[in-house]
Design a protein around this ligand. Structure first.
Ligand SMILES: *Cc1c(COP(=O)(O)O)cnc(C)c1O
Length: 372
């Protein structure tokens, strides 16, 4: 980002500017929906739409045609519901805690059933409600995280009555290694899912996350559930990222100074200047989702120059080396880029030793948010 755009900062600007391109989000949705047709494309909007604001992301996706939304918790569904069209379906991936059933039943929220006890609770709720209730049945096909086991699947196949109060919308499972094209776990999980599905001939499959979509049509089932790809993250490690970037992050400069050789920079003096260096201190740190693991590793960018992070990332600030920039290129209030044209979300995540998901969901609320 141009270092001279400080005058664009809104008064509320704190650490910097987080811009979220809703048009790019919609374009990503349409691209995935076209790719998986005739299957339907849902959207995973858990964790406040991966940190980007479910109240803005949800309606934007709905106007791009999305009608199936997955969250992790019932309370997320509760909050999001009023921002979505009446015909949108909301699914709760983690399933319901005991006591959540009546709210979900009364509000048409669809739980993902992950155990036989959740199944019987939801079935009891249906009896109270006086009607069959919609449900998604999740099976654990090899991730050992959540879902009904293969043994539970046999119990259900042999005791159809267990499902009589439920309207099973989808059989679901989640891929553990979908971002790795060649990982044999993908086909093993698909085979396990198909073996279970044989016992439920009328039910449709909901299987693929972002990475799964790019594994091919065999993985699509009837409904796909992308998250990260909608938000511009790379769905797979083996393709150039085909998604449009949605997020840009610029952070403000709060001080510049010249450090003579032999200066110790930051907590613990982890950086020791070898020669005279120009430094800029930025107004964001690990409390703003820029992990401490970027200490002495990552970089910011301005005027196309890479500006390495020197010393440790603090809670509310960090220091970068701006020696390569013209003197006075950066001043109090200038913006430097952390995510944008010069550095992708994946680049930043890699330098931090993590993944795009963790960066996005950690960005927090001290940036001025600009929805485009
Ligand atoms: C988070 C999640 C998704 C979305 O995954 P992405 O990799 O972000 O596309 C899909 N399904 C389940 C069960 C999830 O937990």
């Amino acid at each position: 980002m141009d270092a001279s755009t400080a005058d664009n900062i809104d008064d509320e600007a704190l650490s910097g500017v987080l811009s979220i391109d809703l048009a790019a989000l919609q374009s990503n949705y349409r691209m995935l929906a076209d790719r998986v047709a005739p299957a339907t494309c849902a959207a995973v909007v858990k964790a406040d739409a991966y940190g980007l604001g479910a109240d803005r992301v949800g309606p934007a996706l709905a106007s791009a045609g999305c009608r199936h939304f997955f969250v992790a918790h019932l309370v997320e569904a509760k909050r999001l519901k009023r921002h979505l069209p009446r015909d949108a379906k909301l699914y709760v991936l983690n399933g319901l805690m005991p006591g959540g059933e009546s709210y979900a039943a009364a509000n048409g929220i669809i739980p993902v059933i992950n155990s036989l006890s959740q199944l019987s609770q939801w079935s009891a709720a249906a009896e109270q409600h006086g009607a069959r209730l919609p449900a998604v049945l999740q099976f654990d096909t090899g991730m050992s995280r959540l879902g009904l086991s293969a043994a539970d699947a046999s119990v259900l196949a042999e005791n159809r009555a267990l499902l009589r109060n439920l309207d099973v919308q989808f059989l679901m499972s989640h891929l553990a290694s979908a971002d790795e094209h060649l990982n044999s776990q993908n086909v093993q999980q698909l085979a396990a899912m198909q073996a279970i599905a044989v016992n439920f001939p009328d039910a449709e499959l909901c299987f693929a996350n972002s990475g799964g979509i790019f594994l091919g049509a065999a993985f699509h089932g009837a409904l796909v559930r992308p998250g990260i790809a909608l938000y511009g993250g790379a769905p797979t490690d083996s393709l150039a990222n085909p998604m449009k970037p949605v997020v840009r992050l610029s952070v403000r400069v709060i001080q510049t100074h010249t450090a003579p050789p032999g200066t110790l920079v930051g907590y613990g003096g982890s950086h020791h200047t070898q020669s005279e260096m120009r430094l800029a201190t930025l107004a964001a740190g690990y409390a703003d989702g820029l992990p401490r693991s970027l200490s002495d590793r990552g970089a910011a960018y301005a005027l196309g120059q890479r500006l390495p992070i020197v010393g440790r990332v603090s809670m509310d600030s960090m220091t970068i080396d701006i020696t390569s920039l013209p003197t006075d290129a950066l001043q109090l209030g200038s913006l430097v880029e952390l995510i944008g044209a010069d550095q992708t979300l994946e680049d930043l995540a890699r330098d931090a030793g993590t993944i795009a998901y963790e960066i996005l969901t950690g960005l927090g609320h001290r940036y001025h948010r600009q929805y485009i």
